[in-house]
Ligand binder design. Structure first.
Ligand code: NOJ
Ligand code: CA
Length: 556
């Protein structure tokens, strides 16, 4: 079957009330999305020019990674001025124009806010360096005396996420804390001045019209009192798996509550999504209690493999824990910090097949989904970038952990790099020549492409009353498969009409026969009917409409 077995009408606009509960949010890594001026670096005007692609794709909102003034030690996650645009990316007028044009197309805009640390070039940090130890300028950051008689050992055993000690010594002998690169000094959230400054920064962007924030390191702003030792080494391997004295401290929730009050004081349901690495799903759900942030990225979902048991467990656990606090779940497969999932799921043809099936699985689940730019094109991790291009500071920890390979600029059109990324020949990372087959232009013309699959799935998701927010019911399926039913919200007209959809995914290595629950709407690969069943090959997913027929199987 081809992907287009149903006629779809143009997507309706998301309703305002609770729009974020089942929004599909597209992550734009600005540096690599589209370059408007030919310098080889993506920019805000480039995003603006490419809005038609995003509108046609059918997403509800864009999340833009940091485009603020920055020396780019961590590609913008080191902010020197939170209220301005880095010249590489444009200026404030470009930001205003982008917000306006996106809104005109019915797309909401979420921007990143980076409150755990500033750049070392931020005026505050420059002031702190010039000031005496113990003064007000240093109290905005976390400066301490070192250990040992001459203070030459770091104040505690904390390790930077990018490798080495989380402390750097300044010429007068004090040390400052940086959980990431030395160019990213951690702010002191015990200091009311820091709170006031960030409230003002949030207001600045809300006044400019943004619809929300992605909160960077939302689990890190508050450190355990007294800055106690972690007590063990190689801490980075334990991130998101155990309690660390510098992450997921209870104190962060007061900050998120105050931010929620601020967001709620604006109209239009402005939201915040937490980038929070919590040791378990219960702890993660605390960030999305009704008076805190709206969403949190579901990194537990991102990190599980292509395994039916693991997938099902994380789905159940995510729905249970978010449901306990009345929040929607989120789903995410890739972002700018991890290997692209087509590669994680096996690479090559297998990875692509699984990537297609994973898209249908994710987009059928209740809640909100995040799409990382390029996943709609089936891009894989670029593993053979020449050494001289590699710039990610995380490589200091371990060259293999470098994130450049998932940040390669997007291929838009044409037969040779940089594939319409910009008007010139340049792209800040080289684009593999074989991506000629993966350009937006080429895939738009192919009904069986990954792009066509994403477009069709997103249209159906908007159209079908059983998809989006709500609950799911597991159905019996053969070993290796996951089969579930989605139903329209209770009390709605669609529910009265029995609107239902089933999603079946074969994550096993054998072809499975599943009951034909209804009319197949969309499949990620070749399926075929066989009597009352559908034959579902490995690494394949199908959506069936059961509104007008087909009896869903028994609950598991
Ligand atoms: C998380 C961001 O996604 C990542 O790219 C960045 O390096 C760290 N936070 C530090 O800001
Ligand atoms: Ca540019």
């Amino acid at each position: 079957m081809t992907q287009h077995t149903i006629d779809v009408t143009p997507a309706p606009q998301a309703t305002v009330a609770g729009w974020w509960r089942d929004a599909v949010i597209y992550q734009v890594y600005v540096r690599s999305f589209a370059d408007s001026n030919g310098d080889g670096i993506g920019d805000l005007a480039g995003v603006r020019e490419r809005l038609p692609h995003l509108a046609e794709l059918g997403v509800d909102a864009l999340w833009l990674t940091p485009f603020y003034t920055s020396p780019m030690a961590d590609f913008g996650y080191d902010v020197a001025d939170y209220r301005d645009v880095d010249p590489i990316f444009g200026d404030l007028d470009d930001a205003r124009a982008l917000i306006r044009d996106a809104h005109d197309r019915g797309l909401r805009i979420i921007v990143d806010v980076v409150p755990n640390h500033t750049s070392d070039r931020h005026a505050w940090f420059q002031e702190a360096l010039a000031a005496e130890p113990g003064g007000a300028a240093r109290a905005r950051y976390i400066f301490r005396e070192g250990r040992g008689e001459d203070g030459s050992r770091p104040p505690n055993d904390w390790e930077s996420v990018f490798g080495g000690p989380a402390w750097t010594r300044v010429p007068d002998g004090q040390w400052y804390l940086h959980l990431f690169a030395p160019e990213q000094p951690d702010l002191n959230w015990e200091n009311p001045e820091v709170h006031a400054e960030f409230e003002d920064v949030l207001r600045f962007w809300l006044d400019l019209g943004v619809d929300g924030f992605r909160v960077d390191v939302a689990h890190g702003m508050v450190k355990a009192a007294g800055l106690p030792d972690a007590g063990f080494g190689d801490q980075v391997t334990m991130l998101g798996r155990t309690v660390l004295p510098y992450f997921d401290q209870d104190g962060v929730h007061a900050i998120h509550r105050s931010w929620r009050r601020l967001l709620d004081s604006y109209g239009g349901e402005r939201i915040a999504v937490a980038e929070a690495w919590a040791p378990n799903a219960e702890r993660l759900s605390l960030y999305v209690r009704p008076d805190e942030l709206h969403q949190a990225f579901n990194f537990h979902y991102l990190t599980v493999g292509w395994d039916p048991r693991e997938k099902r467990d994380v789905i159940d656990e995510s729905l249970r824990t978010a449901g306990q606090v009345g929040a929607p779940t989120t789903w995410v497969l890739s972002n700018h910090d991890v290997k692209r999932h087509v590669t994680r799921y096996g690479g090559g043809e297998v990875g692509l097949r699984r990537g297609r099936a994973a898209a249908l699985l994710m987009l059928a689940l209740p809640g909100s989904a995040y799409i990382y730019q390029g996943e709609e094109l089936g891009l894989s991790e670029v593993l053979d970038l020449p050494e001289e291009f590699l710039q990610d500071p995380q490589r200091a920890r371990d060259p293999e952990s470098g994130r450049d390979g998932c940040r390669v600029p997007l291929p838009w059109s044409g037969d040779a790099p940089p594939f319409g990324f910009g008007p010139g020949e340049a792209s800040w990372l080289p684009i593999p020549p074989h991506w000629a087959d993966l350009t937006v232009e080429r895939q738009s013309a192919d009904p069986d492409s990954m792009l066509s699959l994403y477009r069709a799935a997103l249209r159906l998701r908007r159209e079908h009353p059983a998809l989006g927010d709500g609950t799911l019911r597991w159905l019996v399926g053969p070993p290796g498969t996951l089969v579930f039913s989605r139903e329209a919200a209770p009390g709605s007209g669609a529910a009265a009409a029995g609107a239902r959809l089933t999603c079946a995914v074969n994550l096993g290595d054998r072809t499975a026969r599943i009951p034909a629950y209804g009319r197949p709407l969309l499949a990620s690969g070749p399926i075929r009917p066989d009597g009352d069943c559908i034959v579902l090959p490995p690494d394949t997913a199908v959506w069936c409409d059961v509104t007008t027929g087909g009896e869903p199987g028994k609950d598991r």
